[in-house]
Write a protein that binds this ligand. Structure first.
Ligand SMILES: Cc1ncc(COP(=O)(O)O)c(C=O)c1O
Length: 381
C-alpha cells in the first residue's frame, strides 16, 4: 500500500469487536484475566495498552520497521535509546542538533561515563574518522540538523555504521516517514519527537522509536517497561488522529516553506537563508536524492541583532513560540530558546547566533506568511 493510504487509515483496522473506524481510546490501567495463566494479551497499561499499541504498530508500518514504541516525549524516546549504551561507551553525534539532546548527553549521561563526540555528520570523512575509536558504540544523526538544516547522507552513513558494527540512530523528527525512511537506508533505529509533524497540531508532547529488528525493539521495550516512560492512551489517540493527515500537511508545509525561503533569499535585510529545498543549499542534492520533499523548516540570518526583537514583536500570523511541525506557523529564536543549553562559543561556531531565526512553516496560505514576514522585517523603517 502507498504511504498515503496507510496514513489515512492509521490505526483504523484494529477493533474487531465493534468495527469502529476511529481507534477507541482504551483509558484503562489494568485488564481482567479470563482465568489463571490466561491473558487477553493486555495485563497492565505500562506494559501494553491497545490504543498505544495501535500507534506503535502504525509507526512500525510507516517506517518499515519491526517494532514501534511510543513514549511520553521525544526526550523520553532518546533517553531510552541511550540506555543501550554502557559506562565508557562513546556515541558519535551530530554537532548541530536539538539543544535538549545535547543537554541529556552533557548534563545527564556524562555522569554515567557515556561520552558524546560531536561531529559534522554531513561530512562523511569526519564521521569515518570519529568512528575509528573502538569505544564508539553508536552513531546518532539528526537530519536535517536543528537549526542549521545541514543534510547528512543517511545511506553513506549507514554503510559506515555497518562496517564498524555500531548502532545507527536517526532522528527523523524534521522530515517524517512521508519524506525519509531511514531504516530503508541502513539505520537501526529511527526516532521522532511525535510532538512535531506526526501529531502536527501543537497539542501533544510525545515520542516514538521504530527499530529495524525485533531483537532491538525488544531490548528497547524492556527499558521502556522498566522505566515507565510511556505515552498515555489519550495522547496516543491524538497522535494517531494527526497521522491521518500527515501527508497532506507535509506537502503543503514544504510548498509554503519553499515560497518563504525564496522570498527571504531576495530580501535585502536577510543575510543568509538555510533551506534544503533551495538550490543554493549545500545539502540540496543529497536531500533531493534521499527524501521525497524538503520539509517545512527554514532558518535565516538577518542583517543585525536589533532586527530580531523587532521581528518577534511584529509578526501577526507567525506565533513567537518554541516547537515545530504543527499546522500553525511558528518563529523561534534558537540562541535563547531551543539551543540555550549549548555553550555560547559552541553555538557561535555552529552558526546559532544572535541574528539567526528559525521558522516552522504551517499550512496557512503562503502569501499570508510572506506578507507577515515582510511587514515584520520592514516594520522598523
Ligand atoms: C529534532 C528533535 N528531536 C527531539 C526533540 C525532543 O522532543 P520532545 O520535545 O517531544 O521531548 C526535539 C524537540 O524539539 C527535536 O526538535
Amino acid at each position: 500500500m502507498n504511504i498515503d493510504t496507510i496514513l489515512a487509515q492509521a490505526g483504523s483496522r484494529r477493533d474487531p469487536h465493534t468495527g469502529a473506524v476511529s481507534t477507541p481510546i482504551h483509558q484503562c490501567a489494568t485488564f481482567r484475566h479470563p482465568a489463571l495463566g490466561q491473558s487477553t494479551g493486555y495485563d497492565y497499561s505500562r506494559t501494553a495498552n491497545p490504543t498505544r499499541q495501535a500507534l506503535e504498530n502504525a509507526m512500525a508500518e510507516l517506517e518499515n520497521g519491526a517494532r514501534g514504541l511510543a513514549f511520553s516525549s521525544g526526550m523520553a524516546a532518546i533517553d531510552n535509546v541511550i540506555r543501550l549504551l554502557s559506562a565508557n561507551d562513546k556515541v558519535v553525534i551530530t554537532e548541530d542538533l536539538y539543544g535538549g539532546t545535547y543537554r541529556i548527553f552533557q548534563k545527564v549521561y556524562a555522569q554515567y561515563s557515556i561520552e558524546a563526540v560531536y561531529v559534522d555528520t554531513s561530512d562523511i570523512r569526519a564521521v569515518e574518522a570519529a568512528l575509528n575509536d573502538q569505544a564508539v558504540k553508536m552513531l546518532f544523526v539528526e537530519v536535517p540538523t536543528n537549526p542549521m538544516l545541514k543534510v547528512a547522507d543517511i545511506k553513506a552513513l549507514g554503510e559506515l555504521a555497518k562496517k564498524r558494527g555500531v548502532i545507527f540512530v536517526v532522528d527523523n523528527t524534521f522530515l517524517s516517514p512521508c519524506s525519509l525512511r531511514p531504516l530503508e537506508l541502513g539505520a537501526d533505529i529511527v526516532l521522532h519527537s511525535a510532538t512535531k509533524y506526526l501529531n502536527g497540531h501543537n497539542d501533544v508532547v510525545a515520542g516514538v522509536l521504530v527499530t529495524k529488528t525485533q531483537e532491538l525493539g525488544d531490548r528497547l521495550f524492556f527499558f521502556q517497561n522498566s522505566v515507565g516512560s510511556i505515552l498515555s492512551p489519550n495522547d496516543a489517540w491524538l497522535v494517531l488522529r494527526g497521522l491521518k493527515t500527515l501527508h497532506l500537511r507535509i506537502e503543503k508545509q514544504s510548498a509554503n516553506a519553499l515560497s518563504v525561503a525564496e522570498f527571504l533569499e531576495k530580501h535585502p535585510k536577510v543575510k543568509k537563508v538555510f533551506y534544503p529545498g533551495l538550490k543554493s543549499h549545500q545539502g540540496h542534492a543529497v536531500q533531493a536524492k534521499q527524501a521525497k520533499c524538503f520539509g517545512g523548516m527554514v532558518s535565516f540570518e538577518v542583517d543585525e541583532p536589533a532586527l530580531v526583537p523587532q521581528i518577534l514583536k511584529s509578526v501577526k500570523v507567525f506565533h513567537f513560540a518554541e516547537s515545530l511541525g504543527g499546522t500553525e506557523s511558528l518563529i523561534t529564536f534558537p540562541a535563547v530558546q531551543t539551543h540555550a543549553d549549548i555553550e555560547p562559543e559552541i553555538r557561535e561556531r555552529l552558526g546559532v547566533t544572535d541574528t539567526l531565526l528559525r521558522l516552522s512553516i504551517g499550512v496557512e496560505h503562503g502569501d499570508d506568511l510572506i506578507n507577515d514576514l515582510k511587514n515584520a522585517i520592514e516594520s522598523g523603517e
